[in-house]
Design a binder for this molecule. Structure first.
Ligand SMILES: [Zn+2]
Length: 234
């Protein structure tokens, strides 16, 4: 346990064991996903399901630090799995090179938590529906330019992503390493709390960051009447 002695005061030995026994699905291995897998592997999460349909390209290298110039055109899932195993050889990693939609979300079956590091609304909504149907907690993060947000969805208790996200896609045209690093790190922190079962997750509330002037707000969020995902069953 020496490896984890600095974090056990925060999460407890039981919490550490829960991390090591847990399985996290990380949907999306871009700027957010690179941060999330790094922190979760270092903290001792024992099992990963990685899903991303892209290969690394040069425009990723300003912020997606898992990949370097030698990884151009390589599958992100493959390189990310290597990265996790290097950080924590005890971890098991499943790789799924695919773009998530309603027909393939089953690859996440059996996970204890989903971390949404996606960059498009269609995949997000498919993941949201899968999480809701199966009662799996979901840590959402999103970044657009210098704005970012994080929330934890607990199916049946909190609003779901379809309740709170706009109908239009975020345009991920501008992206800076420390910005995705901030949001991805907060997602990883929430994931550790949920998986270890300690402290208070950011559920029923949305952390909203405007880094242009360092405004950080935590806003209560509500279920939306008529939400196509979660309202029928509530
Ligand atoms: Zn909803």
């Amino acid at each position: 346990m020496e490896r984890y002695q600095r974090q056990i005061p925060m999460i407890g030995e039981e919490g550490q064991k829960r991390l090591e026994a847990s399985k996290a699905a990380v949907a999306g291995l871009g700027g957010l996903g690179c941060n999330v897998i790094t922190h979760l592997a270092a903290a001792g999460v024992g099992n990963f399901i990685l899903i991303d349909g892209q290969c690394a390209d040069e425009s990723n290298l300003n912020r997606q630090f898992v990949y370097d110039a030698n990884d151009i055109s390589r599958r992100k899932t493959e390189r990310s799995a290597e990265w996790i195993r290097r950080l924590n050889p005890a971890a098991s990693v499943e790789e799924h090179h695919m773009t998530l939609n309603d027909r393939n979300t089953e690859v996440m079956r059996g996970c204890d938590l989903i971390v949404d590091c996606l960059d498009n609304r269609d995949s997000r909504m498919a993941v949201n529906r899968f999480a809701f149907r199966n009662g799996i907690k979901l840590v959402h993060g999103g970044v657009e330019s210098l704005f970012g947000q994080v929330t934890v969805v607990i199916p049946g208790e909190t609003p779901c992503l379809e309740c709170i996200l706009p109908d239009t896609d975020m345009e991920a045209v501008s992206s800076l390493s420390p910005m995705v690093g901030t949001i991805g790190s907060i997602q990883a922190l929430e994931a550790v709390k949920v998986l270890a079962g300690v402290h208070s997750p950011l559920s029923g509330r949305l952390l909203s960051i405007d880094a242009s002037d360092n405004s950080y707000r935590v806003i209560p969020i509500k279920k939306r009447n008529g939400c196509g995902c979660c309202s029928a069953k509530n």
